[in-house]
Design a protein around this ligand. Structure first.
Ligand code: 5GP
Ligand code: ZN
Length: 114
């Protein structure tokens, strides 16, 4: 049994507010939103971080970005703008060690470091 909190969310062992699901990815509302729209998009296949993706995962990563675009449109933030964020590793501020992409928007976003 996986101890990974996001694998537990995928397996519905922990409840979440799912906004999109298919064979490859799950998207759900962040439990601690930093903006009016704050979704997490994760691969169903467990991998710790961006460091662990391989060539075989190229289509999966592209699919995640297509899902981000679709969810931005459906959330009504596509025109006003948004961020897709991946925090990788300790210096990147990654807390949950299951690859995930934040989709954040619905207000002007603050500190812009790059
Ligand atoms: P990180 O800092 O690793 O890039 O982002 C992890 C995100 O997962 C945080 O924004 C945090 O609020 C969210 N999170 C952590 N645990 C849970 C949970 O059990 N359910 C949901 N929906 N989000 C979670
Ligand atoms: Zn996991």
């Amino acid at each position: 049994m996986s101890e990974c909190i996001f694998c537990k969310i995928i397996n519905k062992e922990i409840p979440s507010q799912v906004v999109f699901e298919d064979e490859y990815v799950l998207a759900f509302k962040d439990i601690n939103p930093v903006a009016p729209v704050h979704l997490l998009i994760i691969p169903k296949k467990h991998m710790e971080s961006l460091n662990d993706i391989e060539v075989v995962d190229e289509a999966l990563i592209g699919h995640i970005l297509m899902v981000a675009k679709k969810l931005a449109q459906e959330s009504g933030i596509a025109d006003s703008g948004y961020r897709v964020v991946n925090n990788c590793g300790d210096d990147g501020g990654q807390v949950v060690k299951h690859l995930h992409f934040h989709l954040i928007g619905g207000q002007p976003l603050g500190i812009k470091i790059c």
